[in-house]
Ligand binder design. Sequence first.
Ligand SMILES: CC(C)(COP(=O)(O)OP(=O)(O)OC[C@H]1O[C@@H](n2cnc3c(N)ncnc32)[C@H](O)[C@@H]1OP(=O)(O)O)[C@@H](O)C(=O)NCCC(=O)NCCS
Length: 151
Amino acid sequence: MNATTGPNAAKVSGMGEREPAIRVTLLPRDTNPHGTIFGGVILAYIDQAGAVVAHQHGAARVVTVAMDKVVFHAPVYVGDLVSFYGELVRIGRTSITVKVTVEAAPLGAPGEGRRVTEAVITYVNVDRYGVPTPIPRVTGDSPPPETRETS
Ligand SMILES: CC(C)(COP(=O)(O)OP(=O)(O)OC[C@H]1O[C@@H](n2cnc3c(N)ncnc32)[C@H](O)[C@@H]1OP(=O)(O)O)[C@@H](O)C(=O)NCCC(=O)NCCS
């Protein structure tokens, strides 16, 4: 049984229609002792993907302050094409929260994609000294006003 057919596999349709923040193919060096992809590797990419989205929404230099509940729904296999999709959750004064959803598909078989992981990450925009600094507003790409606090 594999993740495509396993009980935890959530088939996804339309992979490739949205633009992922990051898309990678994982290698044998990324595996755990069981031969599937090490969760820490996925977490590192989730962190990077969320940061890409934070930058798209105006943050200049971010550090990760919190990674909320991470759920691994299904394993990722060597050779899978893994896509990390980011979605803005909230922009505060200096912080920005992003939900990252991870989908994997065997290379060359996008129709067999399945959702494997999701996480919510909060970043803080900092200056060169690591001090929190306000996130500039991005024109035309702002979340609803009630979720945004600007100074
Ligand atoms: C991120 C860091 C600069 C924040 O410093 P701080 O003194 O807590 O800053 P503040 O209290 O002014 O909070 C800054 C923002 O972070 C938010 N924040 C702080 N701790 C948080 C947490 N645990 N979860 C979510 N948001 C948090 C605050 O709500 C605030 O957001 P806002 O300005 O949008 O309202 C500091 O904690 C830090 O340097 N942490 C290490 C970051 C790092 O190195 N990450 C890489 C992993 S090793």
